[in-house]
Ligand binder design. Structure first.
Ligand SMILES: Nc1ncnc2c1ncn2[C@@H]1O[C@H](COP(=O)(O)OP(=O)(O)OP(=O)(O)O)[C@@H](O)[C@H]1O
Ligand SMILES: Nc1ncnc2c1ncn2[C@@H]1O[C@H](COP(=O)(O)OP(=O)(O)OP(=O)(O)O)[C@@H](O)[C@H]1O
Length: 521
């Protein structure tokens, strides 16, 4: 494919947010071609999102940033194109899809895109229905976007970009919030459309197993935002594995030599209940979200909540954290009804990390954000300093400590939101997708830290789409489907329930997929 004219040509291209800062994209020279599928890899904070925002012409203007070197689109400096042309030809689905929406309802958002493209009204309905069918959201056409689950929002963002018929499509962690089957279907769908419409595709993703078979190229960045590798995937993963993993880049598991920890479930035999839910019903307006939900979590459990997008996982977590109230039923925490807990006391005993980290930030700097909870807990200045330093080091945020939390990369924001919860030793820690958007190193650091807290007695409950984490760390797993718990037991027994897994849109972990593959050879 390299004999074609490149669609993008970067020559010693650099970008920085501030004149005095080190560039976030650093002296990058590479070419990207139409019809090619390229994986853009790099540790969290290595400049991947920033580079793609330069490619679609949003940066430097949008942030008053500074560039040097050349960035050509179809042979011409990108800044010489009218904005409308670039926006239409180069589609981008942002890491945080919420930042992308202009309208309230799904249908209106998509119609707005078509209006901007001057598509006649009579054609709109058909095109909107078609694109919603592609992303599997047909029944959500009339819904309020802000009332959709994280994964559903990501699908709306993709639908709106597909409507534009882009010549080049950039996807920034498109499957991070999707359930395992939706993720696989999404990749297959995108590749099918890419082959039909023959656009170039650039994908940023930390979990690349399912993309790898379709990729023609990989471009990897190091922590300084420089090109680390530019090769075919085969060449890169076979011959430069060490270089990639040393730079904290996740490689496909079949190339990896990583041993995931395996915690025998017999380690956990507590019978003492920490959270008990009985006959819970929860509605948003007239729509029933959770129904007749009864279960308990045992003290010391390391428990995952899994299930398809929109099943009600985040809603359940928010109920336990007393952020929302059930219509009927009761929730007890440490043998006391949640309604009797005073907020101050409750949150000394319970930590909660939101699905969207930005919902949590209240301070101007990373340092203050981490300090805030520690100071409230009454630690001395020296102790506070020491604890902040440890947390920032463990979460790879030390060099970002004076940054505004909102200016961090997606993965850094996620780590900060988690770090702010880990200073105290609450009885219960609730995490909503704590590891999404993390590279190999930061995921294992986080899990190690949480495992340590669990060993010291904290009960852990986390929502995740990562079955390998469930397999390696959890003694218990709850599977949700359409507002109900359809499984409550060990991960090991769950992996044998093929029908249930399929209905709940889950996949078995990689370890077992590998065994199954070997058995069929
Ligand atoms: N504020 C809201 N108003 C109305 N409906 C809502 C609201 N928030 C969520 N919902 C709906 O409740 C259902 C459950 O959403 P929830 O976020 O709990 O799902 P989830 O299992 O966490 O999904 P995901 O894996 O995609 O994050 C979804 O159908 C969603 O559309
Ligand atoms: N608006 C901003 N202002 C200042 N610095 C920023 C801004 N956005 C990003 N940065 C910094 O630029 C660097 C690169 O960020 P970027 O979002 O491009 O990383 P990334 O490789 O996409 O990371 P992740 O995998 O965590 O999403 C980070 O150090 C980040 O803190």
């Amino acid at each position: 494919m390299e004999n074609h004219q490149p669609i993008f040509e970067l020559d010693s291209f650099s970008f920085s947010f501030d004149k005095h800062d080190e560039p976030s994209v650093n002296n990058v020279s590479c070419k990207l071609y139409a019809e090619e599928v390229t994986l853009l890899l790099g540790a969290s904070g290595s400049g991947k999102s920033t580079l793609t925002l330069c490619l679609n012409g949003l940066y430097p203007e949008a942030v008053e940033g500074f560039t040097s070197g050349d960035l050509l689109y179809k042979g011409r400096n990108i800044s010489s194109y009218p904005k409308g042309v670039i926006n239409q030809e180069i589609g981008i689905v942002f890491q945080d899809p919420e930042s992308q929406f202009c309208m309230v309802r799904v249908e209106d958002e998509l119609a707005f895109v078509l209006e901007n493209l001057s598509i006649p009204r009579c054609q709109m309905k058909q095109r909107i229905e078609h694109v919603l069918d592609i992303v599997g959201l047909s029944q959500y056409m009339k819904h309020n976007i802000h009332h959709l689950s994280g994964g559903q929002k990501q699908k709306v963002a993709l639908a709106s970009i597909l409507l534009m018929d882009p010549q080049y499509l950039i996807l920034d962690e498109p499957t991070a919030n999707l359930d395992p089957i939706s993720s696989l279907e999404f990749i297959e769908t995108i590749i099918k459309i890419q082959k039909q419409q023959r656009f170039g595709l650039l994908v940023i993703e930390h979990e690349i197993d399912d993309w790898e078979p379709y990729a023609h190229r990989l471009v990897a960045l190091n922590k300084k935002g420089e090109i680390l590798l530019d090769s075919t995937p085969k060449e890169g993963f076979q011959n430069h594995l060490h270089k990639l993993t040393k730079n904290r880049i996740r490689v496909p598991k079949r190339y990896e030599n990583r041993k995931m920890p395996s915690r025998p479930s017999s380690e956990k035999e507590s019978t003492e209940v920490i959270v008990n839910l009985k006959d819970i019903q929860f509605n948003y307006k007239n729509k029933q979200i959770l129904n007749e939900l009864s279960f308990s979590i045992k003290k010391g459990d390391f428990c995952a909540i899994v299930g398809e997008n929109g099943a009600g996982k985040s809603t359940l977590l928010q109920l336990i954290a007393k952020l929302i109230k059930p219509v009927s039923g009761s929730i007890d925490f440490l043998n006391t009804p949640l309604s009797n807990w005073h907020e101050n006391e409750l949150y000394k005993n319970m930590g909660y990390v939101f699905q969207n980290p930005e919902h949590q930030f209240i301070n101007q700097t990373v340092y203050d954000e981490v300090c805030f909870g520690i100071k409230l807990s009454g630690y001395s200045t020296e102790e506070t300093e020491r604890m902040v330093h440890h947390l920032l080091t463990d979460f790879d945020l030390l060099s970002d400590k004076w940054k505004n939390p909102f200016s961090l990369s997606g993965g850094q924001k996620r780590r900060l939101s988690v770090a702010t919860m880990l200073h105290s030793k609450p009885d219960l820690l609730l995490f909503d997708e704590p590891t999404f958007g993390q590279d190999a190193y930061t995921t294992s650091q986080f899990m190690r830290k949480v495992m340590h807290l669990n060993d010291k007695g904290a009960t852990i409950v986390f929502v995740t789409h990562d079955m390998d984490l469930v397999d390696s760390y959890c003694n218990n797993v709850l599977v949700m489907q359409q507002g109900k718990i359809v499984y409550d037991g060990t991960p090991k027994a769950l992996w044998r329930k093929t029908d249930l897994l399929e209905r709940a849109r889950l996949r078995i972990p990689y370890r077992l997929r590998l065994i199954n593959e070997e058995m069929t050879i």
